[in-house]
Ligand binder design. Structure first.
Ligand SMILES: [Zn+2]
Length: 425
């Protein structure tokens, strides 16, 4: 019930911007003085006595300036420290420097932070290990591992990425498999795929037709990961709303307005369902390879579908990174999901250090981000922000804590990841 005034306000603004004329929401008669109610009911002249003059100036407030403060007096628990040591399986501490049409190429790396800057935060927030997914390839990967894993053993782990810069060369499939073997020798703990595969990589890297996630030329890569014991952390598709028109019905309208390049709606892109189906064909074809679906498989809106995928494929796990905004607005369904798949869900945030992370507040590495995740998992607090930002960055809603029991928290925070990544218990 508490959301009604806020929603009404948004509808008022939306209708102002759209084609339909502004309309007051229907009034509940109990809010009106009894005399007026009786008069309205008995009036034969069609005049609604409850009608008031709308404030046109207030209704014209741009959505971007609308920043309501919840009036709910509800419990607000600060969880400064997690119940168990945390392994954050999804961070970005480095990035491949060179890109072609959204595809990372080459071996040069850009580093977002140094261990010395990160370790105090990790100690403060009870984080045992950060897994840096975008560790690069070749010499770049070796440099990343020296810079993090070797500098602070046990506190940082690094994953490698595909060598898409070689895609199109006749011997790519074998060279890619060899690159996985090299990454293993260099000390990488897994292979990370960005949404590049399915949405950016083309036959000519940045030109020509999009390359399918289930393209056979990647089969040696998936098999090499199985052979070398490297789990595949795969980001396929994106939130459902990114495949819908960016119009007034889109629940992530403001986010897409701020980042228009995140929209994959329309001609030239596969649908969300096609991308997920291609991903699932890869999973089925490589049962010896372990796949971890990033961002709850980019299907946090349809948890039953993720559940079905986990049930069907024992080689699948999922992380919760950057999706507590989805999970936390369906807390009862989400809690059942965590209970059912408690052995295969991993704690991750998708954290990016400042200043880079400031562009994406739901991923901004810092105390505030971790406290929100801990509060979401550990408490039954109601109606709180899912990101450290003045306006909810992914969509205008708030979340509810899951209040998971300790036995599940321990697995999500730590044990599942430790097992998957071959870490000491
Ligand atoms: Zn990420």
């Amino acid at each position: 019930m508490a959301r009604i005034p806020r929603d009404d306000a948004i509808h008022g603004l939306a209708s102002q911007a759209g084609a339909t004329p502004p309309r007051r929401p229907a009034h509940c008669f109990c809010c009106a003085p009894p005399g007026a109610v009786a008069a309205a009911r008995d009036s034969g002249k069609g005049k609604n006595l409850l009608q008031t003059m709308p404030d046109a100036q207030r209704l014209a407030l741009p959505l971007a300036e609308f920043a309501p403060r919840s009036m709910l007096d509800v419990k607000a628990t600060r969880v400064a420290y997690p119940a168990f040591p945390v392994i954050d399986v999804h961070t970005h501490l480095s990035w491949m420097s060179e890109t072609r049409g959204g595809v990372s190429v080459g071996e040069a790396m850009t580093y977002f932070a140094d261990p010395a800057e990160l370790l105090p935060l990790m100690d403060r927030k009870g984080i045992r290990t950060l897994v840096n997914l975008t560790g690069g390839v070749g010499r770049g990967l070796e440099e990343t591992i020296a810079r993090f894993d070797r500098a602070a053993p046990g506190r940082f782990l690094t994953m490698t990425e595909p060598s898409f810069g070689l895609f199109g060369e006749a011997d790519y499939p074998q060279r890619q498999a060899d690159a996985i073997a090299h990454a293993r020798r260099a000390g990488a703990c897994g292979l990370k795929l960005l949404k590049t595969l399915g949405l950016y990589l083309r036959e000519g890297i940045d030109e020509g037709a999009l390359v399918g996630i289930d393209d056979r030329r990647f089969d040696p890569m998936w098999e090499a990961c199985a052979a070398h014991g490297l789990p595949v952390f795969i980001h396929s598709a994106d939130p459902l709303a990114f495949f819908q028109p960016t119009d007034r019905h889109n629940e992530r309208y403001e986010e897409l307005a701020r980042h228009p390049d995140w929209s994959f709606y329309g001609e030239g892109f596969p649908s969300h369902a096609e991308l997920i189906a291609a991903r699932d064909r890869v999973i089925a074809r490589h049962p010896r390879t372990t796949f971890v679906l990033m961002h709850v498989g980019n299907q946090a809106e349809t948890l039953d579908a993720v559940s079905a995928c986990l049930d069907r494929h024992p080689n699948v796990h999922a992380d919760i990174s950057a999706r507590i905004g989805e999970l936390g607005r369906q807390p009862r369904q989400a809690r059942r999901f965590f209970e059912r798949h408690q052995d295969r869900l991993l704690f991750g945030t998708d954290a990016v250090p400042p200043p880079y992370g400031e562009e994406v507040p739901q991923q901004l590495l810092g105390d505030a981000l971790y406290e929100i995740y801990y509060r979401f998992l550990e408490t039954e607090d109601e109606y709180f922000d899912y990101a450290p930002a003045a306006t909810p960055p992914q969509g205008r809603w708030s979340i509810y804590g899951l209040g998971l029991p300790h036995a599940i928290l321990r697995k999500i925070y730590h044990d599942n990841a430790a097992r998957l990544l071959g870490m000491d218990p």
